[in-house]
Design a binder for this molecule. Structure first.
Ligand code: SF4
Ligand code: SF4
Length: 207
């Protein structure tokens, strides 16, 4: 029927309008009975970040931030493990795969050599990512064979200068990786343990 599309779209707008005030009323009622506020509360932001959020709402940024899904990705960072003595153990072997697959070519790595033998050391001396060029595609993290480079959740990186991150800025502990991506971290760790177990079993069988 002529005009049905227009009526349907008005109904959608009306539903949104109603839901907005209805959600506010429901949360106000909950508040009267001892519940948390819809705004400026952990429960409120969790609700508005979920698929159950209804109607239109405003996020009071920067006081409030929507919760990010685990797979959200901004600039990559380099993961390091903490040794027993608190020593930084870099996962990166400076293999260069991430730099090779990076579409806009914004990763630079300087490899190191042993000063005595001249042989390559599996660790970078310098590692740079030009965050102004990075397009957050995540290829570097996908292709890294050592889970050494991971996409970060930190998106508040605006500055007045160039954002070229060096190794000091890029290195973050594995515990940080675990805190922002618990599911991915667990999967990586399980895979790593399975590989180590298979390697140990192979070595035992060969001996
Ligand atoms: S981050 Fe990964 S892919 Fe990139 S150089 Fe280091 S080990 Fe290789
Ligand atoms: S996320 Fe993409 S663009 Fe950014 S450094 Fe990694 S591969 Fe390059």
């Amino acid at each position: 029927m002529y005009g049905m599309g227009l009526i349907k779209s008005l109904l959608v707008t009306g539903k949104r309008f109603w839901n907005t005030y209805w959600d506010d009323l429901v949360w106000s009622f909950r508040r009267l009975t001892g519940g948390e506020k819809r705004y400026y509360s952990a429960a409120g932001i969790k609700h508005r970040s979920s698929k159950d959020a209804r109607g239109v709402f405003t996020v009071q940024y920067p006081e409030e931030r929507l919760l990010l899904p685990e797979e959200a990705r901004y600039i990559p960072f380099l993961v390091y493990d903490e040794g027993a003595d608190g020593k930084i153990e870099q996962r990166c072997t400076s293999c260069g795969i991430c730099a090779k697959v990076c579409p806009p070519q914004c990763i630079w790595i300087v490899r190191s050599n042993d000063p005595q033998t001249g042989r390559p050391v599996p660790e970078p001396t310098e590692f740079y990512i030009d965050a102004d060029i990075c397009m957050n595609c995540g290829f570097c993290a996908e292709y890294c064979p050592f889970d050494a480079i991971i996409m970060d959740h930190d998106f508040e990186i605006a500055s007045y200068g160039r954002n070229v991150y060096n190794m000091e800025q890029l290195l973050k502990p594995a515990s940080y990786y675990q805190s922002i991506r618990p599911v991915n971290y667990k999967r990586n760790e399980d895979e790593r343990k399975a590989k180590e177990a298979a390697k140990a079993a192979k070595a035992e069988a060969a001996s």
